[in-house]
Design a binder for this molecule. Structure first.
Ligand code: C2E
Ligand code: MG
Ligand code: MG
Length: 738
């Protein structure tokens, strides 16, 4: 045990030394320990930084302003473990940035260095090291400054935003597409409330965005469908996820429009319904255009009646029904009499009005339940179904003809009377197919025309023969002039007051080698149809003038000749020139010639024909209205035309002595014509009684079998030379005292 002071003296330094040693050890140990925890902490922080960078996908960078060197750290974002690898490199900042983006990056950097911005922020493309460019968003701040506060060093992070930018771009593009789309697009939620709509939608519906967002899609429901219909569609969308079709919708102003709708569903990642997207197209116009086309294909636009194609369709169906129900159908084929003349003389606008008025009259007469169609021109067809007997068809045809007795109203001032000729064919009696039925009704119609117009005929087999004959006759007509088959006959005209034959009417005759004698009422319409009448008419004119000239050379120089003129001659060609040439060639005074024009030719179109007629009057040629009374022109109207003579139609003269009405008409016509200074000729005078009546009414001239039938030139010359009033039997006394 150490108790002495020496002992103690010895002991103290040793203890101090060992204490020191312990302290040293402790200190060393402590320092070692604290050094170890510092490193550990350091390592820990770096690990956290790595993890943070790995987790956020960001990169660390710092930039040395003076050298322009960029130092960067990045983690391998592909690995999913925590042992994140870090790569570290130092490169020239300039090399990294895409040349296009470099000026912008520089400008941002300069602004930050100049203290204009609180931090550095830029989005730019940088090289990814594998030869591609990636978009990054880099942000950073100063981490070191010099004594003057100038920035030396900037550090920050950078994030790869390539994916986000693409997504943003896509979103921008799709919203732009939606905005500029012509189709209206509406996004609707599961309750069918509007979530968003594009401008086209607003344009289409007339609503403002504020009007629709949050409102139910039923806002657009129209009255064209009931609520159940719309409900059904919404159920379909709910059930199937999509629907497309056409529905009527309603705009804000109440106007309804036809909409082509295409609805589909947008689901989220879990397959849960998010929204419905509906594309709407207004197809009202398109539908209207389609309907118009369909209409054009099936209806006649002038009269709005079905056309030939719809008629055949309806007729086919009617035949099927009639066959099934053992019924009878009639096809009525209708043609307006002398429509061509009227159309040529009144002009096509008036012609169109006549056709429209005729169509309306026809439909009105047969009723809406029967098909009335227009086949073109002035041809109409009526289909009558469920007929009890063929006579039912006759009855309707008669009703139609009666209905056309009243004139058609053209406009406020003008009316026109036009009659139809009707042909009838019957199913199953005559044919079983539409084309045949139509053909037969057409044939029958031609027979009705031949029978004097304003009448109807039922088809029979003999008619086919007549039609064939007609075709061959019309063929033969073409050669008529070359073959010299035409000749003229002359019918004398007697002036009652003078008891003297003052003129003759030249009437055309055709004796065909093949077909025999063909009456002018049959072949003149054919010659008009083919245009041959122009050539034939000129031949008639020249022949008539030549004959008269011969007669005049025989001393009958007071005689005049009347020549019938067809509407075609008057309207086409330079007819006044033709007349002038013929008269000059033959050296016949114009006063010796009278032209006869039928009433229908002159009817109503005074302005047009008046000029032509004036040209004849200027030549000195007389003008007569033939068949007066058969048309509907009034005497007062004729006053406007430069005519000289009126020939009262034989239809009135024939019944003169039996029918008080005809007698009244005739005497009125004579009185009025005289008051207008016109010469009056009665045509078709056959009896003494007629003659006496006409004489008592101061009719100027008579023509007819009472005096003489039409005669060959030489026979007529002889007749005129030999005619004496006393030789005319019982009529002679009355002639002396008219
Ligand atoms: P229209 O000009 O009225 O001629 C009178 C017609 O009545 C002639 O018939 C004549 O033969 C007939 N007739 C004369 N007197 C009597 C009578 O007392 N009783 C009866 N029932 N009839 C009588 P036609 O020769 O058959 O001529 C018929 C029509 O053919 C003419 O009617 C005329 O419109 C036309 N026509 C005749 N020749 C020509 C011609 O050269 N050119 C033109 N464009 N038409 C002509
Ligand atoms: Mg005549
Ligand atoms: Mg006549």
């Amino acid at each position: 045990m150490l108790t002495s002071p020496d002992d103690l003296r010895l002991l103290v330094p040793a203890a101090a030394a060992s204490l020191l040693l312990v302290a040293l050890v402790v200190i060393l140990l402590r320092r070692r320990r604290s050094e170890r925890s510092y490193v550990a902490r350091l390592l820990d922080r770096e690990e956290r930084l790595k993890l943070a960078l790995w987790a956020t996908g960001e990169r660390y960078w710092d930039y040395d302003v003076a050298s322009g060197k960029l130092h960067r750290l990045s983690t391998d974002t592909q690995t999913r473990n925590h042992a994140v690898d870090m790569t570290e490199d130092v490169i020239d900042g300039v090399d990294l940035v895409h040349p296009d983006d470099l000026p912008m990056v520089r400008q941002r950097l300069d602004a930050y260095l100049a203290g204009q911005t609180g931090n550095f922020l830029a989005e730019a493309r940088i090289a990814d090291g594998q030869g591609d460019w990636i978009w990054v968003r880099a942000r950073g701040r100063a981490v070191a400054r010099d004594a003057d506060g100038r920035i030396l060093h900037i550090a920050g992070t950078a994030l790869n935003i390539t994916g986000t930018r693409a997504a943003e771009r896509e979103l921008r593009i799709s919203s732009e597409v939606l905005r500029s789309m012509n189709e209206a697009v509406a996004v609707i939620d599961r309750n069918f409330d509007f979530v968003s709509v594009n401008p086209a939608f607003l344009r289409m519906t007339g609503y403002d965005e504020g009007d629709v967002i949050g409102r139910n899609a039923s806002l657009l429901d129209s009255l064209q469908h009931d609520a159940a219909f719309y409900q059904h569609i919404r159920d379909q969308i709910r059930k199937r996820g999509r629907w497309n079709g056409e529905i009527w919708q309603r705009r804000k102003d109440g106007e309804e429009f036809l909409c082509q709708i295409e609805s589909s569903t947008v689901y989220d990642k879990n397959g849960e319904l998010i929204l419905y997207v509906t594309v709407l197209n207004d197809i009202t116009q398109q539908k209207r255009a389609e309907q118009e086309l369909r209409y054009l294909a099936n209806f006649d636009t002038l009269t709005n009646l079905p056309n030939r194609s719809l008629l055949s369709e309806r007729l086919s169906r009617a035949i099927v029904r009639a066959h099934r129900e053992d019924n009878r159908i009639a096809v009525l084929f209708l043609d307006l009499d002398r429509f061509k003349d009227v159309n040529d003389s009144l002009g096509h606008a008036a012609g169109d009005r006549i056709l429209r008025a005729a169509a309306a009259r026809l439909q009105q007469t047969v009723g809406m339940h029967h098909t009335v169609a227009r086949l073109g021109g002035d041809e109409f067809t009526v289909v009558l179904e469920n007929l009890d007997s063929p006579e039912d068809a006759d009855r309707v045809a008669r009703e139609i003809i009666m209905a056309f007795e009243a004139p058609l109203l053209l406009d406020d001032r003008r009316e026109i009377a036009i009659s139809p000729s009707i042909g009838i064919s019957l199913y199953p009696d005559h044919a079983h197919v539409p084309t045949e039925l139509l053909k037969q009704a057409d044939t029958a119609m031609y027979q009705a025309k031949a029978a004097g117009r304003r009448t109807f005929m039922r088809y029979d087999d003999a008619m086919d023969v007549a039609v064939r004959q007609r075709a061959t006759i019309s063929g033969a007509l073409r050669k008529v002039l070359d073959r010299g088959e035409l000749r003229l006959v002359f019918q004398p005209r007697l002036a009652l007051s003078k008891a003297r034959i003052t003129g003759v009417e030249a009437l055309l005759r055709w004796h065909s080698d093949e077909h025999g004698e063909i009456p002018p009422v049959d072949f003149i319409p054919m010659a008009e149809e083919s245009g041959l009448i122009l050539e034939i008419g000129e031949w008639v004119l020249r022949e008539a003038c030549l004959t008269l000239q011969r007669w005049r050379q025989h001393g009958l120089d007071h005689l005049t000749v009347s020549v019938n003129v067809s509407v075609l001659q008057l309207l086409r060609g330079d007819f006044p020139d033709v007349v002038n040439r013929v008269l000059t060639d033959i050296d016949l005074p114009p006063s010796a010639l009278e032209l006869e024009l039928t009433e229908s030719v002159l009817m109503a179109n005074a302005e047009h024909t008046a000029a032509k007629l004036q040209a004849f009057r200027a030549l000195g040629v007389s003008l007569a209205i033939d068949d007066f009374g058969t048309g509907y022109s009034s005497l007062a109207y004729l006053k406007r035309l430069p005519i000289t003579t009126i020939k009262i139609d034989k239809a009135f003269i024939g019944d003169l002595t039996h029918d008080p009405e005809d007698a009244a008409i005739t005497s009125t016509v004579i009185t009025m014509a005289h008051s207008l200074g016109l010469n009056v000729v009665a045509e078709g005078v056959e009896t003494d009684a007629q003659l006496r009546f006409l004489a008592s009414q101061h009719c100027d001239e008579v023509q007819g079998f009472w005096l003489s039938p039409p005669l060959d030139a030489h026979a007529c010359l002889a007749f005129i030379r030999n005619w004496r009033p006393v030789a005319q039997g019982s009529a002679a006394p009355s002639l002396a005292t008219p």
